[in-house]
Design a protein around this ligand. Structure first.
Ligand code: FPP
Ligand code: MG
Length: 298
């Protein structure tokens, strides 16, 4: 997509403005993701200098949060490539994250005030969400509300802010777009959590079924725990490396209790709610973004 190339060039130009050779080298080593947030902004607000800048700002914040997250999660791959903390060390990942994040905020100060507020406020939520995520891995969480609050803050808040900011720039109904972004973000994270179970490590670009090993009780596990008779066995496997027999057992239980299927349905329901929020906006591509996301390979 030509316009996503423009976003990448804008990011590069922002980093060039930082006037630091090492930062540019590190930028080249970052694997590009799906750029969901940029696609969303451009579909809502169209392509111009300002919207491309907003995309670059949001992508830089997102990249910074992942650079920090990979240190927190001790991850050695990101999007199928070695992570910066694996290639160099934790310090480099944190510091490069700080550079991207602060440059994005410098650029944000030059934007519309409400856009700047919306995006910067989402970053506070994002950071709180990450802390909640880490805290929730301490013991087996069985609260669906806690899970939902955490994924809202950790993932949906920045997607919500992207959609809302784009609507502000385009002069559209910002509340409707915010709701669309929020539900899209929630569905997106749920689907990610489902794919961790259903896809193999080659497709994921990281080990499969890692969430549970890392202490993350995501929606399929929450539903399974609620429904399974042998709760003790499930709990005994929590936060431990899984043998192939153990991971097969979990998957079988998720299928027989419909925990997996109902998780997919829940994500799809949120997806439909997203579309409903913007049904009067006559923007067919918002439906397409949603559909492409919820119809990923389970
Ligand atoms: C990935 O989650 C992590 C996030 C979406 C948010 C991380 C947020 C922070 C570290 C705080 C904000 C920091 C800055 C500098 C803006 P995951 O671990 O569930 O997903 P993964 O499997 O892709 O790692
Ligand atoms: Mg992570």
């Amino acid at each position: 997509m030509e316009e996503l190339q423009q976003v990448k060039e804008q990011i590069k130009n922002f980093v060039i403005e930082c006037d630091d050779k090492k930062s540019l080298e590190l930028l080249d080593l970052l694997a590009t993701g799906k750029m969901l947030r940029s696609k969303l902004i451009l579909k809502i607000a169209g392509i111009n200098q300002e919207t491309i800048k907003l995309c670059a700002i949001v992508e830089m914040i997102h990249a910074a949060s992942l650079l920090h997250d990979d240190v927190i999660d001790e991850a050695d791959t990101r999007r199928g490539k070695p992570s910066i903390n694996a290639l160099f060390d934790n310090k480099t990942s944190i510091m490069f994250g700080d550079i991207l994040y602060s440059k994005a905020f410098t650029e944000l100060t030059k934007m519309d005030k409400e856009v700047a507020y919306t995006v910067s406020n989402a970053v506070t939520l994002l950071s709180i969400g990450e802390m909640l995520d880490v805290d929730l891995t301490e013991t087996f969480n069985t609260s669906y509300d806690k899970y939902l609050d955490m994924i809202y803050k950790k993932t949906a808040s920045l997607i919500e802010a992207s959609a809302k900011s784009a609507a502000i720039l385009a002069g559209c109904d910002k509340d409707k777009y915010a709701l669309y972004g929020k539900n899209l973000g929630l569905a997106f994270q749920m689907i990610d959590d489902i794919l961790d179970i259903t896809q193999d490590s080659k497709t994921l670009g990281k080990p499969a079924m890692l969430d549970f090993v890392e202490g993350k009780v995501t929606i399929p596990y929450l539903l399974l725990h609620e429904r399974i008779e042998d709760k003790k066995r499930l709990e005994s496997l929590y936060k431990k490396p899984l043998s192939s027999d153990e991971s097969s057992w979990i998957k079988e239980q998720m299928i027989s209790t419909n925990a997996l299927q109902d998780s997919i349905l829940e994500a799809q329901k949120l997806g439909k709610e997203a579309i409903l929020a913007v049904k009067d906006e006559q923007n067919e591509s918002l439906v397409q973004i949603m559909a492409a996301m919820i119809e990923r390979e389970f």
